[in-house]
Design a protein around this ligand. Structure first.
Ligand code: NAP
Length: 332
């Protein structure tokens, strides 16, 4: 059976990505009920006609399709697998679609648990950023086959421009982690391009334009880093979410006995940004790791928070200031 306009849809997690995605489902004519941990972030949708529910279970009670777009695997686990989670509370036959970037194994567990309870669950992380969510042009990375997803295809099309079908539960998440591995390396490259140009006294904007038009270009350079060049570090994609993704990617690689040194370096950079107070900044704030200290402080960073007790290559006897010097990539 294909689910058409007028069917009941629940949406859980109305943050940077979830709110605009849910907005497209409203625009497409679905009856929408929303729940978010912090209600204020759902107010825009409520003003446009969505109904509010006080819990994921209440949101799912009458839903034919439930979307989730929360932050971390722990949030996904709570929303799906806790006593009042979706696996128990959703209707029999309901579709449960997780858009969060999360753990492949958790996606498999949720799929299997749903099947036992006569529900359909699949992982469907997205790429395309806040702009793609706002414009309804996301790329969806589905852990299900096109044939099996046919009943919910119209809902997916309401906020995407292309869908890649990875057929198996958890495979959508694995493919998304591949995306993040590539994204993070491009992000570091874009930040280092700016650092090198600035230090050399040539215009980072002009260099970015030149590189963007050629073989060194990337979406990180042309769509994410320009904000940093304007001193804008507001989150489109939170640094702490990229840290989560890279940890998940390295866990997946570890399971496959694969080493990803460039991803380890990218994770070290993003982790450093998070440690010094940049966890809620956008990923373009990686550029601040290469900037002078005053620029970082003006953006809210505090280098005194850096945890230098880890397995750093810095000898213990060095002073905190000297340790900070050696853990700042600009100085390495
Ligand atoms: P976000 O703004 O933090 O949104 C997550 C939302 O989920 C928040 O509003 C949060 O509530 C809510 N939430 C978390 N746990 C919940 C729970 N147990 N019950 C109900 N609501 C809960 O982050 P985002 O940027 O939208 O990203 C969401 C996911 O998509 C992340 O996994 C991220 O890695 C991924 N992603 C992001 C982008 C991007 O460009 N932003 C692109 C692709 C994928 P609060 O309001 O209380 O915090």
């Amino acid at each position: 059976m294909t689910l058409g306009k007028g069917c009941n849809v629940a949406f859980i997690g109305t943050g940077i990505m979830g709110a605009p995605i849910a907005g497209h489902l409203l625009d497409a004519g679905y009856n929408l009920t929303v729940y978010n941990r912090t209600r204020e972030k759902a107010e825009g949708l409520l003003a446009r006609g969505a109904a509010w529910a006080d819990s994921p279970a209440a949101a799912a009670r009458h839903a034919d399709v439930v979307f989730t777009m929360v932050g971390y695997p722990e949030d996904v686990e709570e929303v799906y697998l806790s006593t009042n989670g979706l696996i128990r509370s959703a209707r029999k036959g309901a579709w449960l679609i997780d858009l969060t970037t999360s753990s492949p194994q958790l996606a498999r567990d949720i799929h299997d648990a749903a099947e036992v309870c006569d529900k359909h669950a699949f992982d469907c992380p997205v790429t395309g950023g806040q702009k793609g969510a706002q414009e309804g042009t996301l790329t969806l990375i589905a852990g299900i086959s096109e044939k099996d997803a046919a009943p919910v295809r119209a809902l997916l099309d309401a906020f995407s421009s292309q869908i890649y079908w990875f057929e198996q539960p958890g495979a959508g998440q694995l493919a998304k982690l591949c995306n993040q591995v590539s994204l993070a390396a491009s992000l570091a490259g874009a930040a280092e391009l700016i650092a090198l140009a600035e230090q050399a006294g040539i215009s980072p904007k002009l260099v970015s334009q030149m590189v963007g038009a050629g073989m060194g270009g990337s979406a990180q350079l042309s769509r994410v880093m320009p904000a940093a060049l304007e001193g804008d570090y507001k989150p489109g994609f939170l640094a702490e979410h990229l840290r989560k993704d890279l940890r998940l990617a390295l866990e997946a690689a570890d399971d496959l006995q694969l080493t990803l040194p460039a991803t380890e370096t990218s994770l070290n950079l993003v982790d450093m940004l998070c440690q010094v107070g940049g966890e809620r900044l956008g990923t373009q704030a990686v550029a601040l790791l290469y900037a002078d200290e005053a620029t970082g402080v003006a953006a809210g960073l505090d280098w005194g928070k850096l945890d230098t007790s880890g397995p750093a290559e810095v000898p213990d006897e060095q002073s905190p200031a000297r340790q900070r010097y050696f853990t700042n990539p600009r100085n390495l």
